[in-house]
Design a protein around this ligand. Sequence first.
Ligand SMILES: O=C(O)C1=C[C@@H](OP(=O)(O)O)[C@@H](O)[C@H](O)C1
Ligand SMILES: C=C(OP(=O)(O)O)C(=O)O
Length: 472
Amino acid sequence: MQVFTYSGARFTPYGDEQLTGVSAGFGADDAWPAPRATAPLDARLSLPGSKSLTNRELVLSALADAPSLLRRPLHSRDSMLMIEALRSLGVGIDEVAGDGDYGPDLRITPPAELSGSTAIDCGLAGTVMRFLPPVAALALGPVAFDGDESARRRPMRTTIDSLRALGVDVNDDGRGALPFSLWGTGAVRGGEIAIDASASSQFVSGLLLAAPRFTEGLVLRHTGERLPSMPHIEMTIAALADRGVVVESPEPGVWVVPPGPIAGRELAIEPDLSNAAPFLVAAIVAGGTVTIDGWPRTTTQVGADLETLLPLFGASVHRDGESLVVDGGAGLLGGATVPGVDLDLSTGGELAPALVALAALASTPSTITGIGHLRGHETDRLAALAAEITALGGAATELDEGLAIEPRPLHGAEWHAYEDHRMATAGAIIGLAVDGVRVDDIGSTAKTLPQFPELWSAMLDQSGGADPAGLP
Ligand SMILES: O=C(O)C1=C[C@@H](OP(=O)(O)O)[C@@H](O)[C@H](O)C1
Ligand SMILES: C=C(OP(=O)(O)O)C(=O)O
């Protein structure tokens, strides 16, 4: 087996190529011909850092009482937007040489006081639009928030309402969405508030991250019916604990954050396990094995659930030292049948597009539920997945809180990414098994994994089994 660590186009700090993800010989306007797999895989990969961990640690480092060093952070559009936004609030962020394959380390120097009078571009990053308003409220002066056109459709009402409940002066147009602005006074009193976080766990995480810096801390009560992505809230609580802030949860849906200092830290960011999903799923489609190096033994990342989710689709999964190995056996392409699943993915909605793509290739029906909140992700993922699978001849139906997928033979067509990195990679998964799938905007993967096209090719090249044209 060849061993591949990405090094083909070593990191160029925020070069255009990195942020559009289109460095693999096709232009930004061309559809990407998804390569077909033609032989079982035998691939070993290491992946860049976690978006969720990188952007949490950037925020906590900015609010800390001493400098921090983040080793092996993610460098992607979402992390770049976070870095630029924090810099504009007066935080010092410098690149320093590190040992990662995917770019420099980051040294973060918090300012004595955060400065306002700035405008923050959230792009399409949920972590930027939900984590930074409570931080900006601690700055002195006005801060305006806006983002991509599609970001203006993402739910923000809970952030806006919660800031108002905390006494922050917020100006918006009443749509509960970007753009809006707030006027920071240099301090937030804090206290007790109730919010409805049923549209996104990020409303909770954003408040918890800034809360130690509120004068009275925070008692936060979630009042809505559902609360998606609990592991991401637990990740926030663990990141705070690692910096000396103990968040108590006296009952489900209630969190108590004491006021106090956030410690500076030197820490390494784990690889992004959710971004491992398409690569691991590829072993089930093409057969053979995909090994991801640097798989943490313990983690707060929801991608760790792939270890138990992928066996439901017929894979065997094991650990090999510091790696995770997914063995797809003969694979769908080698004649194995992939069973459909009946899954509640409310805790791991981020994994849904990859698993839905796999379900569209399965031989029995699937129902994936608990993911109504995916309508407020980068795009309405339930509508987008149903539309794109149907356009390929498949049968995917939107449910209130999920998708039902029936087995059907698929054919090639253009697969639309809707600017959504996980829609783009879902198209790549289906393209492994279906001739003529072209992803219209593979560059959207730059949101969290700018190297996706190169890593995908490397995975297939290691088996010697890719048809790069992806055409019949
Ligand atoms: O806090 C985070 O880092 C995230 C929380 C989740 O958001 P939702 O609760 O909106 O699904 C997840 O889907 C997103 O990709 C990242
Ligand atoms: C929902 C996602 O992103 P965001 O952080 O922008 O919410 C995602 O990455 O699947």
